[in-house]
Design a protein around this ligand. Sequence first.
Ligand SMILES: Cc1cc2nc3c(=O)[nH]c(=O)nc-3n(C[C@H](O)[C@H](O)[C@H](O)COP(=O)(O)OP(=O)(O)OC[C@H]3O[C@@H](n4cnc5c(N)ncnc54)[C@H](O)[C@@H]3O)c2cc1C
Length: 393
Amino acid sequence: MKKYDFIIAGGGMAGLSLAYYFTQSPLRDRSILILDRDPKTTNDRTWCFWERNKESSGRGLNDAKPFESILFRSWSRVSFHGTTYADSLDMGHYQYKMLRGIDFYDFVHCELAKHPTIERKQATINRIKDTPQGGFVIADDEPYIADYVFDSTFLLKLDQPENHNLLQHFKGWVITTEKACFNPEQPEIMDFRVNQCGDCRFVYVLPFDEKTALVEFTLFNGKLLSDAEYDSELHQYISCFLETGGYKVSETEYGVIPMSDESTQENPSEHIVRIGTSGGYTKASTGYTFQRTQRYLQSIVQNLIQTGKPLRSTPWFKKRFKLYDSIFLNVLEKHRHPADDIFTRVYTKNPRRVFKFLDEDTRFVDELRLFATMPFAPFLRAFLDVLRKKIAG
Ligand SMILES: Cc1cc2nc3c(=O)[nH]c(=O)nc-3n(C[C@H](O)[C@H](O)[C@H](O)COP(=O)(O)OP(=O)(O)OC[C@H]3O[C@@H](n4cnc5c(N)ncnc54)[C@H](O)[C@@H]3O)c2cc1C
């Protein structure tokens, strides 16, 4: 059996990003096998994320913006509709960006095709296990082995009662309207004018042009809705708040993202590394995963080059952000304060700080300033509850 240097189990966002970073690094000639049951030839999702305006250093591992050339849209201002504020937010040094899945898959597949040592196989993975010889994978009953297996197919089980386990779930429609009713210069990142039903519920509107947009109804809670309920909320939002003059739905998107502070095993054994959602890369308090995955994978490749080991570590002083995430999840899960008011405070009182904070790049003093804009008692109660759980656990 041929032994690969690396097997990438799951060629979705994380797997293909990792393969792309290998091609941009001194490891570009290593033998790599990418296994996925899906050919990734459809636009199965759209990623949005924010990014700091920095001059790009050109393509390469150190390029802060590797997928800039294939962005579908990017914006310098965004709209926000909260409880006491309805206007645009100046994002300062940040831009809000939108990348279509299909553009990302095509771009990376095309780059990988230039490298004869990288193979892609469409197969269903049945098993991944560690052996003394390396990481071992069985896919469509065929065995494969490699020095390291990067696994983005592992299904997280997030069910420990001492942790906070919410879900971000959403359904979106790409609609084309009769009347021009969207502002292509400004996406709506959160519109809370929907019935909260005691949860955190909002709508995103990501305009492609004046007559086309992705309208997405999103919830943060513990329970999925039926398909008809998402549809009904979307219908209602569009008829109440958009003057469409009639519309057609051309695409739909549905997703569930874990919002959990449960510890995940990024390195379950010597030759296996979990990446992407499987590696716990999702930011627990927001569900955003795309940019963190890019950062984390770049640091894994860098470590492989420098030490021969694909490990990643979080500096101890950055671990405070996990505590902040837990406190926020506790406030949401225990309904300690209305979520629409919290987000209104976060975005409108900290517009220049919030994106940096969510990227975990702020200094402690900035974090204190942001916390000072939050309702004190509910967050204090949440902090004490998280502390109590940690001590008990
Ligand atoms: C609809 C949707 C929209 C999202 N939007 C955003 C967003 O706007 N911003 C953001 O930051 N995050 C977003 N996310 C969250 C996150 O960025 C995505 O889920 C992202 O795709 C996660 O990357 P991944 O590689 O971990 O998983 P995936 O991209 O899902 O890749 C996993 C791959 O493994 C393959 N696979 C799984 N099991 C097997 C098996 N047994 N055998 C073979 N192959 C297998 C799958 O086919 C898939 O291609 C979104 C998620 C969804 C579902």
